[in-house]
Design a protein around this ligand. Structure first.
Ligand code: PMP
Ligand code: GLU
Length: 394
């Protein structure tokens, strides 16, 4: 059967694929260390689980409005106000089945055939595919490692054409962990305002930041920029709720309304018990988030130094999220393998360490390691990688 051009043009998510592969090898009895997964290794805080359970026993097991229930939108609105000083009314918020779904609905809402979305690389694997599914055209602009992979206003200006509809900002970034400063955001925002380009600000790692870094949303910088921005966020990473599938978008009322309409004909509402869990997550004052954040910060400090000491590895130090994205070009060139993808496949086969190749993130000289795993496991993985580098030298 001939499939639609929408699916024929896309590739499976490499992050989910590597995670699934590591899990299946483990199930076969192999001693696999999975550094592929982009999910915290903690269980969801127990008060969130209890709130979801109690909502079900109280009979809240039915449909909610497709764009999410009022209590959750209110909790999200309160969070925007208290954490970021941003005012979003309930009609400016749509709750979705994970942040991924919010992005998918957004691109389907705003993109006309062949309209372009500027995506700075390295990018999260799903952005270009989601743009393509929506009939748009991803325009990748390569972030330079010397500039901590950050997009510059000049690069942005150069990439803009008459078909540019939107650009994506992801700070802290998956996969690099890099964060934009207020001034950098202002400069990029100015370009977007001048050319009337919508900013898609993916802030899913907002709470996982280290070394005293401060998260700023481009929407905080002025009313004009707020109007020009749709914020994407969710509880998956902040509250270790990846499997619950609760995300959201906040922005212009008409965009948000159209996204809810799309949801009403596709998924309907996100799972109701998960919505009750998310209400509890946002009404707890972020206590549980802070505990997890500290634990990631402690791990990062320990593992970063060991990683950059591996021969042929160099790495920009992340300020947020829970990934390391070293450049391994020298190690690959010195090895018996042709490409980073081959090198990554051999690492899994020979040493049973799963990492994600940078090619899926638009950066084929890098690999992504998630340190959302126990410190002992991570250290053991680094030992195995060192051994692999040594044994695979030409
Ligand atoms: N944006 C980024 C940058 C991500 O890394 C992820 C990964 N989960 C998402 C969005 C999607 O999050 P969710 O699991 O809530 O769909
Ligand atoms: N976002 C996470 C990652 O980058 C989870 C997997 C996915 O949804 O892509 O690994």
């Amino acid at each position: 059967m001939k499939f639609s051009p929408r699916v024929s043009s896309i590739t499976p998510s490499s992050t989910l694929a590597i995670t699934a592969k590591a899990k299946s090898l483990k199930a076969e009895g192999y001693d696999v260390i999975g550094l592929g997964a982009g999910e915290p290794d903690f269980n969801t805080p127990v008060h969130i689980i209890e709130a979801a359970y109690q909502s079900m026993t109280a009979g809240h097991t039915k449909y909610t409005p497709a764009g999410g229930m009022e209590a959750l939108k209110q909790a999200i609105s309160n969070k925007f106000k208290s954490d970021q000083g941003l005012s979003y009314g309930l009609t400016e918020i749509v709750v979705t089945s994970g942040a991924k779904h919010a992005l998918a609905l957004l691109f389907q809402t705003i993109l006309n055939e062949d309209e372009e979305v500027i995506i700075p690389s390295p990018y999260w694997v799903s952005y270009p595919e989601q743009v393509k599914i929506a009939g748009g055209k991803p325009v990748v602009v390569e972030g330079q490692e010397e500039n901590n992979f950050k997009l510059t206003p000049e690069q942005l200006e150069e990439a803009i054409t008459e078909n540019t509809k939107a650009m994506i900002l992801n700070s802290p970034s998956n996969p690099t962990g890099v964060m934009y400063t207020k001034d950098e955001l202002q400069a990029l925002g100015n370009v977007c305002i001048r050319h009337n380009i919508l900013i898609v600000s993916d802030e899913i790692y907002e709470k996982l930041i280290y070394d005293g870094a401060k998260h700023t949303s481009v929407a905080e910088l002025s009313d004009e920029l707020k109007e020009q921005t749709v914020i994407i966020n969710g509880v998956s990473k902040s509250h270790s709720m990846t499997g619950w599938r609760i995300g959201y978008a906040a922005g212009n009322e008409n965009i948000v309304k159209a996204m809810s309409t799309l949801a009403s004909h596709t998924t309907s509402n996100p799972a109701v018990m998960a919505q009750y869990g998310a209400v509890a997550a946002y009404n707890d004052g972020h206590k549980s988030v802070e505990e997890m954040r500290r634990s990631f910060e402690a791990r990062l400090d320990e593992v970063y130094e060991s990683l950059i000491n591996i021969p042929g590895f160099s790495c920009v130090k992340p300020q947020g999220a829970f990934y390391l994205f070293p450049n391994v070009k020298e190690a690959v060139v010195a090895s018996i393998y042709e490409t980073t993808d081959d090198w990554v496949a051999a690492l899994l086969e020979k040493e049973k360490v799963a990492v994600v190749p940078g090619s899926g993130f638009g950066s084929p000289d890098n690999i992504r390691l998630s340190y959302a795993t126990s410190l002992d496991q991570f250290k053991e993985a680094l030992e195995r990688i060192k051994r692999f580098v040594k044994n695979s030298t030409r």
